[in-house]
Design a protein around this ligand. Structure first.
Ligand code: FE2
Length: 394
């Protein structure tokens, strides 16, 4: 029997081509007077922000733009955004972007209604009050921050990524419009798409998984298998972008309600230490972590292989498990995800990174019990095997 569950997802969800044109209706229903539009300079330069502000202008909605958010947003970004929110007496937030603007927006909303410093809220459920209403317009099929209760802020002083899990930070309106994702660069599409795949796989096998989270996660894996390579090769393919939008969205609904695992724990360290993009860090670790995890849940990996389009009918359970790992490795190769050995990763840091990854909030959800030594070994395998392959290649 399923046990009691408290399930979180945004109250209103606008999903599909043209979704962004509908935001004015929702903002008016919420009675907001002035919005802080949280975004970054790149999205502003390429005209994505204008597609949102055109709607606001047409509907007569007031806003002020804060576009200082950096990739892997920092405590300073958050404080600067809060200052603008207060100075212009805003009463709601409109976030436009991938994970970074979404995460910064959540932190600004929580700080405004709770006070203090964002480092106080590191961990699980530390705030008292709900954020001001957030209308979250997602522009990449990956992090799904627009639908989750999680956010990640880099603490510049301690040089670590703080993972904050807090239902009070959940957006009120989540907007996923594949038209905003057209013609994104191939490398970004690949990295963010592999982040979505990592969410779906970690949610599917996590300790906290339940029937609804499984259903969503498996469907997301299937959609990603069908569409990610096309979306990367042909960035203007609306059908592939649309499938990836749905995949990222439902993988987010899944993991936000059941948890993740040590791919994320280990990837967070590569992000804060070497500034590796989050999706790349996940993608290059994923096959090595799942090689370790899959021995405790081979049936689930058999289902993952099938969802990724592999024929496992004649295979034993052990062979089907291996087939899933092979599929993950091949996907990363086809998408030209860099190897760990080709990044600024320094193997001399492994001990420290493993200690930090072990205490990451995602570690407790991992399906296989894990020690600091296990994590060191996985980093080593990802690095050394790849270093050997690089050397052989030339
Ligand atoms: Fe992620």
């Amino acid at each position: 029997m399923e046990t009691f569950r408290r399930i979180y997802w945004p109250a209103i969800n606008l999903v599909g081509p043209g979704a962004v044109k509908e935001i004015g209706v929702e903002i008016k229903k919420l009675g907001l007077r002035k919005l802080l539009l949280v975004t970054d300079k790149v999205l502003r330069a390429v005209g994505v922000v204008a597609r949102v502000t055109d709607v606001l202008d047409k509907e007569g909605i007031n806003y002020v733009i804060f576009d200082e958010v950096k990739p892997n947003p920092t405590t300073r970004n958050v404080n600067d955004g809060l200052q603008v929110f207060q100075e212009f007496e805003c009463d709601g937030i409109l976030s436009v972007g991938g994970g970074s603007p979404q995460d910064a927006a959540k932190a600004i909303g929580i700080l405004y209604t709770n006070g203090g410093d964002i480092t106080q809220y590191e961990g699980i459920g530390k705030s008292q009050n709900k954020s001001v209403p957030i209308i979250a317009v997602n522009t990449t099929a990956g992090t799904a921050s627009e639908v989750t209760i999680n956010y990640v802020i880099t603490d510049e002083a301690r040089k670590i990524k703080m993972v904050i899990v807090d239902p009070n930070s959940l957006a009120t309106v989540a907007v996923n419009d594949p038209e905003l994702m057209l013609n994104k660069p191939a490398g970004l599409t690949a990295a963010t798409g592999m982040d979505a795949l990592t969410h779906a796989i970690e949610a599917y096998i996590t300790k906290g998984a339940f029937r609804l989270s499984d259903t969503l996660a498996l469907e997301a894996i299937k959609l990603i298998g069908e569409s990610l390579e096309t979306a990367v090769k042909d960035g203007s393919n609306l059908e592939a972008r649309s499938k990836m939008t749905w995949a990222s969205y439902i993988a987010g609904l899944s993991f936000s309600n059941c948890g993740l695992g040590i791919v994320h724990s280990m990837a967070h360290q590569l992000g804060s230490e070497y500034d590796l993009p989050h999706g790349v860090a996940n993608a290059l670790l994923l096959p090595f972590v799942e090689e370790f995890n899959s021995v405790v849940c081979p049936e689930k990996f058999r289902s993952i292989a099938i969802a990724l389009g592999r024929n496992v009918e004649t295979l034993t359970l052990e062979e089907a498990r291996q087939e899933a790992i092979t599929a993950l490795k091949e996907m990363a190769e086809n998408l030209q995800i860099p190897k760990l050995a080709a990044t600024p990763f320094n193997s001399g840091d492994i001990d420290r990174l493993a200690e930090q990854a072990f205490t990451d909030v995602c570690t407790s959800g991992n399906p296989r019990e894990v020690t600091v030594d296990d994590i060191k070994e996985i980093y080593r395998r990802a690095y050394e095997l790849e270093a050997v392959e690089e050397a052989n290649a030339g």
